[in-house]
Design a protein around this ligand. Sequence first.
Ligand code: GRF
Length: 203
Amino acid sequence: KRVAILISGRGSNMAALIAAAKEADFPAEIVGVISDKADAAGLLVAEAAGIPIRVVPRSDYSGKEAHDQAIDATLHAFGTEIVCLAGYMRLLTDAFVAEWQGRMINIHPALLPLFRGLDTHRKALAAGVRIHGCTVHFVTAEMDGGPIIAQAAVPVLPDDDADTLAVRVLKAEHRLYPRALKLVAEGKARMVSGATVFDPSTP
Ligand code: GRF
């Protein structure tokens, strides 16, 4: 499957996907990386890995719709079959989400449905949960509300602050995202009527 990744920043999850996709038996190849920020550090990482990169800045377009249409055109130019959001910090329009529904996935740094939105590690500490983690889900119109594909849990330790917890979760993200993409690329996790349907053999 031809996979494109949308980023806005550091791109460490993007890098994990690129590394996984280089393995001979991985069922997807990363065909391009698109950023809405020209200074996203991840662009340099992608370029160094030989992946085509495109910058599609919001400020070049009159509105959200025109911006998302430009991203959509870029995805089609890459021949994209699956879109991975990896720290893409912009809400997508309903039309864009509808077009890629079932073919677009996101990683969120919390165990959904807990702690949607930003600042998840601070929210987890404030809630006093002893287990935290990350989720890969299909993207729907509801932010961080789409059907879950895979999750990984990490402990919250007594002396954690948001930064130490973020480091532990991020390590889990880098293992989880390639595993979730593999399930989707192989058709072993599919979105059907708003829910994830798994192949019976899926662990
Ligand atoms: C990750 O924590 C991801 O879960 C969230 O934004 C962060 C992006 O980090 N959506 P990176 O750009 O992948 O390093």
